[in-house]
Write a protein that binds this ligand. Structure first.
Ligand SMILES: [Zn+2]
Length: 350
């Protein structure tokens, strides 16, 4: 039985290198000739980058092939892998729908096409043989104009069957000069009744306390416990959960070693701030969710009890998990019921 919840995974970074490379070989002669050997491609695709900006450039490579026609191909394989190798019971998949539309169309036509993209993604996530409860988070983007980001919010509100929330992505160096605009957009999102998360306090360049009140969860947020621990009581009070994605910080050069996460976990636990451990880009990193857990355990950054607390927090803060408890409690109940039945049989016989 699948057990875990993943709250922070980008569609663009969710494709594991082998699936992407095979897709090139089968469908894209130009990219196939650029990467003729798989090992070289894997090395290129998964190696750490110097900055978050450089790292995000890789997303563009994947976005360019994730067309409406190709999305079902990638998503089917993504869901299959998440079920078989990661034990996911719940998955929130995030992306910017505008960037999956046809680049040859006008802006208005691309805005119209976004609803089709959301539907294609939603339908592709429904895989009968690998059942996972999924929902989408639509990302506004720091490099897109205001009206496109606003249209993304309205689309999210119009398609609740497929979409559970909104995010702001695209690199935090571009936030500064447009912060009032993003606050305005988040205010609109809350007025539309949307659930909100946002990439914030990921790097030292992305620390904007004025945006915090509009977020229900914080995408990363690690700079808060690291450099602004005085904000933790207010984060705890607001019931905001940090979506911590350990491998990302090494891949983007944000942290030098995972050891620095010790302070993040310790200060959050102490302040009563929930943490959901996530992958961000499981394919791009070639690190799936159970390995994120295992890395933290083997490096002694958290213990099993703390891991369990984070796993339960992920279900509690999930925007679209429809039950009050995580799936493990269903198993526990089944075990108790089975034991009760056996006791009943034994006592009736004796
Ligand atoms: Zn992210």
């Amino acid at each position: 039985m699948a057990l875990y919840a993943e709250l922070h995974r980008h569609l663009g970074g969710a494709v594991v290198p082998r699936i992407l490379w095979r897709y090139f070989q089968r469908n894209d002669a130009q990219l196939a000739s650029r990467f003729p050997n798989y090992p070289d491609f894997e090395q290129f695709y998964t190696q750490p980058r110097n900055t978050l900006e450089e790292y995000l450039e890789l997303h563009s490579l994947v976005e360019s092939v994730q067309t409406p026609q190709a999305l079902p191909y990638f998503i089917y394989r993504l869901i299959r892998g998440a079920y078989v190798f990661e034990n996911l019971a719940y998955l929130e998949l995030r992306y910017t729908p505008y960037l999956r539309t046809d680049h040859n169309l006008s802006q208005n036509q691309r805005l119209e096409q976004m609803a089709e993209i959301v539907k294609v993604v939603g339908l592709a996530c429904e895989v009968a043989e690998y059942p996972i409860i999924t929902s989408q988070i639509l990302c506004m983007h720091t490099r897109l104009p205001y009206e496109v980001n606003q249209a993304i919010l309205h689309l999210a509100a119009a398609m609740p069957n497929y979409v559970c929330g909104v995010d702001l992505a695209g690199g935090d160096t571009a936030y500064g000069e447009r912060m009032t605009e993003f606050i305005d957009l988040y205010r609109q999102a809350r007025n539309l009744g949307l659930k909100t998360t946002g990439h914030l306090y990921e790097t030292t360049a992305g620390c904007y306390p004025e945006l915090l009140p509009y977020l229900m969860r914080i995408g990363h947020g690690i700079q808060i416990p690291l450099h602004y621990p005085e904000l933790l009581p207010q984060v705890a009070q607001a019931g905001q959960c940090l979506e911590v994605c350990p491998t990302t910080y090494l891949q983007t050069g944000t942290l030098e070693s995972l050891d620095q996460l010790r302070v993040v976990f310790d200060r959050c636990f102490e302040a009563g701030v929930d943490i959901a451990i996530c992958t961000d880009n499981a394919g791009l990193h070639n690190v799936r969710l159970p390995f994120e857990y295992e890395n933290l355990l083997t490096q002694n950054l958290i213990d099993f009890k703390e891991l369990q607390a984070c796993q339960e927090a992920a279900f509690r803060h999930a925007f679209a998990w429809p039950y009050t408890e995580p799936p493990a409690s269903l198993l526990s109940r089944l075990l108790t019921e089975t034991a009760d039945e056996e006791n009943f049989v034994v006592s009736s016989v004796s």
